[in-house]
Design a protein around this ligand. Sequence first.
Ligand code: PLP
Length: 382
Amino acid sequence: MKEGTNVKFVDLAAPTAQIRKAYLAEVDKLLLRGNFVLTREVEDFEKAWARVVGTRYAVGVSNGSDALYLGLRALGVGDGDEVITQGNAYNASVTAIMRAGAVPRFADIKRDTWQMDVHAAEKLITKKTKAIMPVHLFGQPNDMAALMALAKRHKLRVIEDCAQSHLGAFKGKMTGAWGDIGAFSFYPTKNLGAFGDAGAVTTNDLALYRTLKILRNLGQDGKDNHVEYAFNMRLDAMQAIALRLKLKFLHGATKKRSRAGARYDRMIREARIPVAPAARDPRADHVYHLYPVYSPEKSRDRIRSELLEQGIPTGVYYPLPVYRQPFFRGRHDPCPITDEIVSGIFALPMYADITVQDQRRIVAALENIFLCGKLSLPQIVI
Ligand SMILES: Cc1ncc(COP(=O)(O)O)c(C=O)c1O
């Protein structure tokens, strides 16, 4: 390392310390009560989460992958159906569609915002299309007004993948409240993260809510009455306790992320270096789960190793589009823009408490890489 101490890529220690004592006290109460499954702690969190998102209902589940699967099942998606998602969807978004028995179709992304191209999505609609699954990747909400209008025109259901967009909003309405279903992950590094795996499904529809509660609990409608072929995908009480306590800090932490994101945007623009973040949709409240930037192909790995040399870790979300992963053997729709963007993105450190000093140091390090001639690249325009 050439310079000072390492910058952190994410920081889970500070948000954990904020609730550690209260968490231990609550868990102790649970242990003394000796009642562990689908307890009042789970219900309390579900009510609180529905209030935050602005939906009538929230159902706590095992993780974000299962939230997507359960949402699709509740919508009646199954064998032979098609679900349209975006080219840069995460693996779990796509495998949830496949687990439900449906075929994923991939709409390319827009070159500016890196979000679903609604026109590309419309071209994929067939008689088999049942639902659209926008993924609010990196924390920037998709154009939900256009997507909902498209779904209405073609009588399709909408399931939002909100794993990276807690408190993100489009035209003032939260992600997870636009579609028929919102699916959230509370994986520890998410903007609201548990102390292990956890997730939730949100909806305004009473019938969907009732079905979701049955589906997450081995298909039971009342004890031992298994009306659906379904599995154990319940939210654990100890995770519900952590989430409820952390929720108190989510709004404040999100504001800090947004400020840090805007600061990076400005610093990178002023530095005039050939890396750039996605364009920001002015109608969307971006919650900066990650801070990815794009650099033309073949330079990413060199930039990342130069930064690491200077104690600055980066990440790649995700190195390959999911349809190019070895497991995916199906036919896929061509997504040339996804292919191009995915090959050149890497994420800079981002978390609520990242300091201005660290951000300055990161952007200065980037500037140095280019100014010192270690890399000279054509100016890119996004
Ligand atoms: C966009 C997206 N969808 C789905 C998931 C799956 O969530 P989980 O890891 O909780 O199963 C994640 C998180 O890993 C994600 O980032």
